[in-house]
Design a protein around this ligand. Structure first.
Ligand code: SF4
Length: 308
């Protein structure tokens, strides 16, 4: 694997079209009507045009104010407002009205809530399953301070994919993440989730371009695999504003391809890496790939029904 280069100019491949179009406007107005937040907007995601154009969106449960402060993240931090107890039903309604076959739920970190919001997230998963049972769900959660009961509560609601992002390699971790997160605790969250997975998928994601070395990328992949991850996604970090952690390197698309091949060779059941890959990007492809592999092997996958 070749070495990363410090950024000199903004490379040509880091360009996406400005979001627009009929489907985009429809998603935007539905989210406004139901007072819902998406990480697509809050984190200034570069895939908004593509994803909203395909009528998919990643819902951000429990508001758009986070109790932690990570130096790479564009989401507001501070004191969050009251929980919107109608939110689970509103998200379920949005999923139904958009006709989503697959949806991703993520959230801000809510250290102000006794269970970190695990109960609210579980209620949201159940509301979607009650309203559109054929919709598969990925839930991307914070670390819940490593509390087993909170992780188990989310898993008990039955998401097809449980995700917790490691975000970066060990040596960079404390430079970009809030001090309440640790690399080891994130691995522990994945290990605990694995115990409660009942055959469901465990996924993590991290960003490149924060100053990591090729050897550290490989170490992180091996740590995630050892923690029980089935799937990994790897993308390019982009600095959301001048006040955020600066990009240390832009990784060329061909280097991402090498890293993706490395992940597959380490034994992940699904891996995707590329400049615009975000943790939720093409989440449904993990299930499609897993169902295809399962069908080829003549097996039934646990815990998930999937409308092809
Ligand atoms: S926990 Fe960190 S990365 Fe997640 S929303 Fe809060 S500040 Fe952003």
């Amino acid at each position: 694997m070749s070495k990363t280069q410090p950024p000199k100019t903004f490379p040509g491949w880091i360009r996406q079209p400005w979001p627009s179009g009929e489907a985009f406007s429809e998603v935007k107005s539905l989210l406004g009507d139901l007072r819902l937040h998406t990480v697509c907007q809050s984190a200034h995601c570069p895939n908004q045009s593509e994803c909203w154009g395909r009528k998919t969106a990643t819902f951000m449960v429990m508001g758009n104010t986070c109790t932690r402060h990570c130096s790479y993240c564009a989401v507001n931090s501070g004191k969050p407002g009251e929980l919107d107890l109608d939110e689970p039903e509103h998200i379920a309604e949005a999923v139904r009205r958009l006709g989503l076959k697959h949806t991703v739920l993520t959230s801000v970190t809510r250290d102000d809530l006794p269970d970190g919001g695990a109960g609210h997230i579980a209620r949201t998963i159940r509301a979607i399953k009650a309203s559109t049972p054929e919709t598969t769900i990925e839930v991307l959660v914070q670390d819940f301070d490593g509390k087993r009961e909170d992780i188990a509560r989310v898993q008990a609601a039955g998401p097809e994919i449980f995700s917790h992002n490691i975000e970066t390699v060990k040596s960079v971790f404390s430079r970009i993440r809030d001090r309440r997160f640790t690399y080891e605790q994130s691995l522990e969250v994945l290990r605990i989730a694995r115990e409660y997975s009942e055959g469901r998928f465990i996924k993590s994601a991290f960003m490149l371009g924060c100053g990591e070395t090729p050897a550290e990328i490989e170490e992180t992949l091996r740590d995630l695999k050892a923690a029980g991850c089935d799937a990994v996604s790897i993308g390019q970090y982009l600095q959301p504003t001048p006040k955020h952690f600066p990009v240390q390197a832009y990784i060329a698309p061909e280097q991402f391809k090498e890293i993706e091949a490395l992940a597959w060779s380490i034994g992940f059941g699904f891996a995707v890496a590329g400049p615009f890959v975000r943790s939720s990007y093409r989440s449904e492809a993990l299930l499609e790939s897993a169902y295809a592999q399962s069908r080829m092997a003549g097996n039934e996958l646990n815990g998930a029904s999937h409308a092809d």
